[in-house]
Design a protein around this ligand. Structure first.
Ligand code: AMP
Ligand code: MG
Length: 504
């Protein structure tokens, strides 16, 4: 190999590809299609370092060429993964990576394996009618939302880089093309299992399950029934994930089974949104006309999706179908348990009630639910309500005014606060300790929709300052950023974003 080639490929060196060890029916080998004029928009330096990559090399011309798909890293064997999926409840037997290409995998500093995938890298055998491309707005949204999730401590795929392609992409209007480099614990989805199960290809289902156990759930190998353990483990992670979405007011927007990872990471930030005012039936996605994926539907949709996964695994669970069904049900109960535990204890923590302290948990849960009901009736901003609650004093209403002012009827807050204070009086610890604990779970900053929209509008005019500002606050959402305090504000009426789009 010549010296120039080596230098060219340095930025993404030594990729592995364990997925290639699976049979050919699992993927299509395909190289990215080069773009006209790649221009680096951003490298995620922290993530690069975590992956043992040099951010400066990635940001170089050679790095940009790799991140655009104009060069393939030395030794890499790119592929598009096959998968199926239920979209809005309808089964689609063949979806697959229509515009995403897996370059390979890297082992990070902690020994964890991660996929490195280019999204928007051109057509693949799974593209159907699509152009294989991505556009700037949704790429920015995915980058920002992923970093916000990291800041919030919620499992997620992340963007390693964004590159403008210098090409026009045709959507509802002409858009600027872009390529996102996505990093994921893996891209195996519920829909990957469905792809083989629906064809009756039990051998492939088993090979995929073995792969997933090895990669994500190695402890399952020791279980009496490793496949049941896999289902339970994946279900528990989903339960935790969805509970944590609810705790920060996140609406994924398109929880099709092809958009649900087996690893339990949030994936595919399309028409997603963080709520401003608390409305349990909130829907932002322009294509979710019946509210299937509304905020409060997410826990039951999670179960629906896992039921599809369980269906795929039945033949592996037991040769007797009744026994297999029974095993699947038992495994799925892990979802409900983990969801309920994470959600309830998370809500109690949001209002400053420490677990195991002087309270009846059912009464405490009712106390939080009462607050949520009052928030919904009074059009209260979800994030700001909980963040302002951190500042309240137990025995003195001096800090109450900004919070009660969020309620259309401030009395609705006062009568709740009276009950809350009576409850706090039964728990030890002082105001300062409780405030600190509450501030660690109630973010001051979320990527509000109008701010994401501003980031996109500005970037389309080549102004990336709003992106940098928003990333700064959402990457450390529990800290105060005095110079960027306006990022805490809800949208003014004319700024409200009512709908989000998938942009595919
Ligand atoms: P998504 O809405 O991104 O979850 O994608 C759903 C399916 O449509 C997946 O199989 C994608 O690969 C495919 N898809 C989405 N956008 C495109 C595109 N522009 N070109 C080709 N395939 C696409
Ligand atoms: Mg998808």
């Amino acid at each position: 190999m010549s010296a120039t080639q080596t230098a060219h490929n340095a930025p993404l060196r030594a990729l592995e590809n364990s997925y290639l060890e699976l049979p050919p029916g699992f993927y299509a080998r395909v190289a990215p299609t080069p773009v006209a004029r790649p221009r680096l928009l951003r490298v995620n330096r922290d993530l690069a370092e975590q992956l043992g990559l040099d951010p400066n090399e990635l940001a170089s011309e050679a790095g940009t060429a790799l991140l655009a798909g104009n060069q393939v890293p030395a030794g890499a064997e790119p592929l598009a993964m096959a998968y199926a999926g239920h979209q809005y409840g309808q089964f689609v037997p063949s979806l697959g990576d229509g515009r995403a290409i897996l370059l390979g995998e890297r082992i990070d500093r902690d020994g964890q394996r991660f996929d490195i995938q280019l999204k928007g890298a051109g057509r693949t055998p799974f593209s159907r009618m699509g152009d294989g491309r991505a556009v700037l707005g949704p790429v920015l949204r995915e980058y920002v939302l992923g970093e916000a999730m990291v800041g919030l401590g919620i499992p997620t795929t992340r963007a390693l880089a964004m590159v403008a392609s210098g090409e026009e992409v045709y959507r509802e209007r002409i858009e600027q093309g872009a390529v996102l480099t996505r990093v994921a614990a893996s891209h195996v989805r519920v829909g990957t299992f469905e792809y083989f199960a629906r064809r009756g290809d039990v051998d492939s289902v088993r090979q995929l399950a073995d792969y997933v156990i090895q990669r994500h759930y190695p402890d399952c190998r020791q279980a009496d029934n490793p496949y049941q353990a896999l289902l339970a483990a994946s279900a528990a992670r989903q339960g935790e994930l969805i509970a944590r979405w609810l705790l920060v007011g996140f609406i994924h927007g398109v929880m099709n089974t092809d958009n649900m990872t087996i690893s339990g990471e949030t994936i595919d930030y399309g028409p997603c949104a963080f709520m401003d005012t608390y409305q349990p039936d909130a829907v932002y996605s322009s294509i979710d006309r019946f509210g299937r994926y509304a905020y409060q539907q997410q826990p039951s949709i999670g179960m629906w999706n896992l039921t599809q996964l369980a269906q795929c695994l039945l033949p592996l669970l037991d040769t007797d179908d009744d026994v297999a069904q029974q095993q699947a049900r038992a495994a799925l109960s892990a979802y409900v348990e983990r969801f309920e535990e994470t959600y309830a204890s998370g809500l109690r923590a949001k209002i400053g009630l420490a677990d195991g302290q002087a309270g009846d948990q059912r009464e405490d849960d009712a106390l939080v639910q009462d607050l949520l009901a009052r928030m919904a009736e009074n059009n209260v901003d979800f994030t700001n309500c909980f963040r302002l609650l951190c500042e309240l004093k137990r025995d003195d209403p001096v800090a109450d005014p900004p919070l009660r002012a969020l309620f259309a009827e401030p009395d609705a807050f006062d009568s709740w606060a009276e009950k809350w204070r009576a409850r706090l009086a039964r728990q030890s610890g002082n105001d300062a300790e409780r405030s600190a604990a509450m501030r660690a779970v109630n973010p001051a900053y979320i990527p509000r929709n109008h701010r994401v929209q501003q980031v996109i509008d500005a970037a389309e005019e080549n102004d990336f300052k709003p992106l940098e500002n928003l990333l700064q606050v959402v990457s450390h959402p529990f800290e105060e950023h005095a110079a960027l305090a306006e990022y805490r504000l809800p949208p003014r009426p004319e700024e409200v974003v009512r709908q989000t789009f998938c942009g595919t």
